[in-house]
Design a protein around this ligand. Structure first.
Ligand code: AMP
Length: 218
C-alpha cells in the first residue's frame, strides 16, 4: 500500500507516519528528515539545504525529485511507502505520477490532515524531540513524565528544529498555502484525496486514517 500524507507543517504527518511504520510495516519517506540528515552530516546538499530550510522556503523541485526518486526506485519498501512532506508542489506531484507509472506502482491513498492554522503555530513553537530515539515532546501539551528525561529511552539530550521559530513557521505556512495547497485539487480530481480532522487527538486521527486504509480491504 502506497500513500501520501498531506497537510501543513505541524499537522501531525510525521507522528502518524511513524505509527503506520510500526503498525503496517510501511516505509516512511520523509523528505524533511532526509534533508536534516544531510545538514547534520554537512554534505554539499546539506550546506545548500540548511539555509533555505531555516528560512522556511522550499528547495528546488529537481533536487527533491531526484532525492525521492532514488528512494522510491530503490525498492527498499516491500509493504509500501508513506510519503511525508512530498509532494509539496504540483510539479513534484506530476513527477511522482511519472515515477510510479514507470515503475508500474500505484498510489492507493492521499490523506489530507485538516488543521486550524492558529493552533499550528502553538504546536510547532513548543515542540522538541529526544536526541537519542527521536520521540516527540511539547513544552505545554506533552512534557516528558520526568523533566529532562525521555519517556521512551531515558535519553537526556533533546533537540529543537532550527525552523520551529515563529518567523520560520509563518513563512512555512505561507509556502504551504501558496505552493502546496494547489496539489489538493490535483488529487481530488483523480478521486484519491481523503480528508481527516487533524485537530483531534493523536489516537483519534490514527483511527480516522485506519478506517480509510481499511475501507477497501486495506
Ligand atoms: P518538513 O520536515 O517536511 O517540515 O520539511 C522541512 C523543510 O525541508 C521544508 O520547510 C523545506 O525547506 C524542505 N523540504 C522538505 N520537503 C520538501 C519538498 N518536498 N520540496 C521542497 N522542500 C522540501
Amino acid at each position: 500500500m502506497n500513500l501520501i500524507l498531506l497537510g501543513p507543517p505541524g499537522a501531525g504527518k510525521g507522528t502518524q507516519a511513524k505509527r503506520l511504520v510500526d503498525s503496517r510495516g510501511l516505509k516512511q519517506l520523509a523528505t524533511g528528515d532526509m534533508l536534516r540528515e544531510e545538514v547534520s552530516k554537512g554534505t554539499e546538499l546539506g550546506q545548500k539545504a540548511g539555509k533555505i530550510m531555516a528560512e522556511g522556503k522550499l528547495l528546488p523541485d529537481e533536487l527533491i525529485i531526484d532525492m525521492i526518486m532514488h528512494h522510491v526506485l530503490s525498492g527498499e519498501q516491500k509493504n509500501g511507502f508513506i510519503l511525508d512532506g512530498f509532494p509539496r508542489t504540483v510539479a513534484q506531484a506530476e513527477a511522482l505520477d511519472h515515477m510510479l507509472a514507470n515503475k508500474g506502482m500505484d498510489l492507493d491513498h492521499v490523506i489530507e490532515l485538516q488543521v486550524d492554522e492558529d493552533a499550528l503555530v502553538a504546536r510547532l513553537v513548543g515542540r522538541f524531540a529526544c536526541g537519542k530515539c527521536g520521540a516527540g515532546y511539547h513544552d505545554v501539551f506533552h512534557k516528558p513524565t520526568q523533566d529532562g528525561v525521555c519517556d521512551q529511552c531515558g535519553g537526556t539530550e533533546f533537540t529543537r528544529r532550527a525552523d520551529d521559530t515563529e518567523q520560520a513557521i509563518r513563512a512555512r505556512l505561507q509556502v504551504y498555502r501558496q505552493q502546496t495547497m494547489p496539489i489538493l485539487p490535483y488529487y481530488r480530481r483523480c478521486g484519491a484525496l481523503k480528508s481527516v480532522d487533524g485537530m483531534a487527538d493523536i489516537a483519534d486521527v490514527a483511527q480516522q486514517i485506519d478506517s480509510i486504509l481499511d475501507e477497501n480491504g486495506g
